[in-house]
Design a protein around this ligand. Structure first.
Ligand code: 2AL
Length: 166
């Protein structure tokens, strides 16, 4: 976590790469880097949210590269892998029936919608995630794009709040 003051003083590439693990949409991080200096953390967060309003299916597809499947806690050392492991902390990896149900649910979701199931995992148990997955399998294509984008915005905001402090 770095202070806003410090963030405001970084070089453009440094500032953008600091934000990059929040979401794999390069234009989002570079716009927030270019908008510096931000006068407050609230102003930065508000701008970050406004940029998310324009996201659609293309951005969703792009962003999924930094969001491993639920139940597959990534072993990598990249910043987004570490974030994903933390976010999935409520999924009990030792619960074999749950792990199996998530694996089957993910496979059904991918066969139905053609991309990885995305949900804000932080604060959710594995059972709650499984219930949401089952519910979202009944969505239409367009409903599901909206649901997944809403989750992507939540994850991105939580990550941003974890990167930039007061
Ligand atoms: C994730 C992830 O990496 N973090 C999170 O909240 N959700 N992945 C996913 N497929 O939903």
């Amino acid at each position: 976590m770095i202070a806003l003051n410090h963030f405001n003083q970084l070089s453009g590439p440094e500032a953008a790469s600091l934000l990059a693990p929040c979401v794999a949409i390069p234009g989002w991080a570079s716009a927030l880097a270019a908008g510096r200096p931000w006068r407050s953390r609230e102003a930065l967060i508000a701008a970050a949210q406004r940029l998310m309003d324009h996201w659609g299916e293309a951005e969703l597809t792009l962003a999924l590269s930094a969001h491993p499947r639920i139940g597959e806690k990534p072993a990598g050392r990249e910043a987004h892998a570490a974030l994903s492991r933390q976010e999935q902390g409520g999924v009990d990896a030792h619960n074999a029936p749950l792990a199996q149900a998530l694996k089957e649910g993910n496979a059904r979701y991918e066969a139905r919608f053609g991309r990885v199931f995305l949900i804000r995992a932080k604060g959710r148990s594995g059972e709650a995630i499984l219930a949401a997955l089952s519910r979202r399998l009944h969505n239409s294509d367009s409903e599901e794009v909206q649901d997944a984008l809403a989750q992507l915005r939540e994850i991105t905001l939580l990550r941003l709040e974890g990167v930039i402090g007061e």
